[in-house]
Design a protein. Structure first.
Ligand code: ADP
Ligand code: MG
Length: 245
């Protein structure tokens, strides 16, 4: 497959004090690709995600989004950030706004849409994640799985070029994990470019084009799921897989 790079990290480095949390990271994510990032706790997966939309500044190296270097600050950065949808472990919905308002807000504020236009788009997306009937409710009236699906709809409402998921199902009760993974599977099938940090190996096997395995701030393996799961090369990956599979 000819790679049409959407995200390109080149020799990215970052420290937290003494801790070298991202070490010479080189990573390209092609348009329409689904890359699953796995690795032990503390290996730098969240920091990597946060660096991609510059929630974390980096010290050296470059990050490009659709060919453009990430701007340092100001309006250009805000514009670029709007191209990157982010879904976290904690859903971060506004508690005092309805589901519909949660999905519409950013469209009006950041994308400059008219409110009726934003609401129409929100209803469309809520329908897509199976929550059309929940629009007038408040987040606290929804289950964790439903709240996370609202968070996904909210991110999609900005028409991002890429979606980053950082352990989107880790805070959910087991019976709610699948409803969120199914929405993500559907997105992947529709061709959305996705970077997904997850411990859900079933999702990695079925949806990922590539698995990136991180340990101690480095990318240790970057291969197809078939190769990675059947024949991990590094001792770190073998050790990790033996603990979770
Ligand atoms: P992962 O998501 O793989 O569990 P993180 O990227 O969250 O890893 O963290 C990598 C390492 O960086 C951990 O040791 C963590 O304690 C440390 N770390 C993360 N954020 C900060 C921060 N803001 N300040 C200092 N250390 C941090
Ligand atoms: Mg993390």
């Amino acid at each position: 497959m000819a790679v049409d790079p959407l995200i390109e990290l080149h020799e990215v480095n970052k420290h937290f004090g003494e801790l070298h949390v991202l070490q010479d990271i080189n990573l390209t994510v092609g348009r329409g690709e689904v890359v699953v990032v796995i690795g032990p706790s503390g290996s730098g997966k969240s920091t990597l995600c946060r660096a991609i939309n510059r929630l974390e500044p980096i010290e050296s190296g470059t990050i490009r989004l659709d060919g453009q270097l990430l701007p340092d600050e100001g309006k250009p950065l805000a514009r670029l950030r709007a191209e990157v949808g982010m879904v976290f472990q904690s859903f971060n919905l506004f508690a005092h706004k309805t589901v519909l308002q949660n999905v519409s807000l950013g469209q009006v504020k950041v994308r400059g849409r008219r409110k009726d236009e934003a609401d129409r788009r929100s209803r469309e997306l809520l329908d897509r994640v199976g929550l059309a009937s929940q629009a007038p409710k408040y987040p606290a009236q929804l289950s964790g799985g439903q709240q996370q699906r609202v968070a996904i709809a909210r991110a999609l409402a900005m028409d991002p070029k890429v979606m980053l998921f950082d352990e989107p199902t880790s805070a959910l009760d087991p019976e709610m994990i699948n409803e969120v993974l199914e929405v993500m599977q559907q997105l992947a099938r529709e061709g959305m470019t996705m970077v997904v940090v997850t411990h859900e190996m079933g999702f990695a096997r079925s949806a990922a084009n590539r698995v990136v395995f991180m340990a101690d701030g480095r990318i240790v393996e970057d291969r197809s799921p078939e190769e990675f799961f059947t024949d991990p090369r590094s001792d770190r990956a073998k050790d990790f897989l033996s603990k979770i599979l």
